[in-house]
Design a protein around this ligand. Structure first.
Ligand SMILES: [Zn+2]
Length: 223
């Protein structure tokens, strides 16, 4: 197995609503939010963990391709089949016999482009019997309009030459182009469904823009 290319896909994530990606309970402070956002411990600035974006891309692609749940129940796909875009690009989950090689993508943490404001969104829990609001919870959110700079590093191996992928726009790609098309579809699906917590209640709408592949416009993105 030989690596034949390494690409860097860079882009900006624009928050179209408040964004809540939960931090650890260690960050709880007296008088603070019940549910803080994750922050860099040095700078105290919120960021988008690469693992959050990668996990969401993978989960959405699994749903799209009919590989969500199934034989693995609630676990990620680990089929390691030659034709599986999930196992090839993100790694075959818990499958030590996979011959597909390592995960092709490295998703870097998204760093804020400007100083970030944080809001507290209070949500009531409604008693379904009486309709009364009870014990409100406060959730920290990065405010709408915040932008983060993100990079995804994509590795191509010689064993990807035979891999083909038909994207959600019904275009078929081969080799390294097919890997890029999987990444583009994953990001497109995250853009449609949202990122972080509370997406069913109005949080986490993101729009991706300003894509570059090694500094040049990226032809796999047009959305
Ligand atoms: Zn698989």
């Amino acid at each position: 197995m030989k690596r034949t290319a390494i690409y860097t896909i860079s882009f900006t994530a624009h928050c179209e609503s408040g964004l809540h990606i939960g931090g650890s309970q260690d960050e709880l402070t007296i008088g603070g939010s019940d549910n803080p956002v994750i922050k860099n411990p040095e700078t105290r600035q919120p960021y988008i963990p690469g693992s959050s974006l990668k996990g969401k891309m993978r989960g959405e692609l699994e749903k799209q391709l009919g590989r969500f749940g199934g034989q693995n129940k609630d676990r990620p796909c680990g089929c390691a089949r030659d034709e599986c875009p999930i196992c090839r690009v993100f790694g075959a989950h818990m499958n030590t016999r996979s011959k597909l090689g390592p995960s092709r993508v490295i998703v870097r943490d998204g760093r804020p482009l400007t100083g970030v404001r944080i809001e507290n969104k209070t949500e009531n829990v409604i008693n379904r019997q009486t309709g009364a609001a009870q014990h409100p919870r406060s959730n920290e959110r990065v405010v709408e309009g915040t932008e983060f700079s993100i990079q995804i590093v994509l590795q191509v191996f010689d064993l990807d030459n035979s891999f083909s992928y038909t994207d959600t726009k019904r275009n078929t790609h081969q080799g390294g182009g097919a890997l890029q098309a999987v990444v583009a579809d994953g990001l497109r699906l995250v853009q449609m469904t949202g990122l972080g917590g509370g997406t069913s209640r109005g949080s986490g709408a993101v729009r991706f823009h300003d894509f570059k592949l090694d500094g040049a416009p990226w032809k796999h993105w047009s959305a």
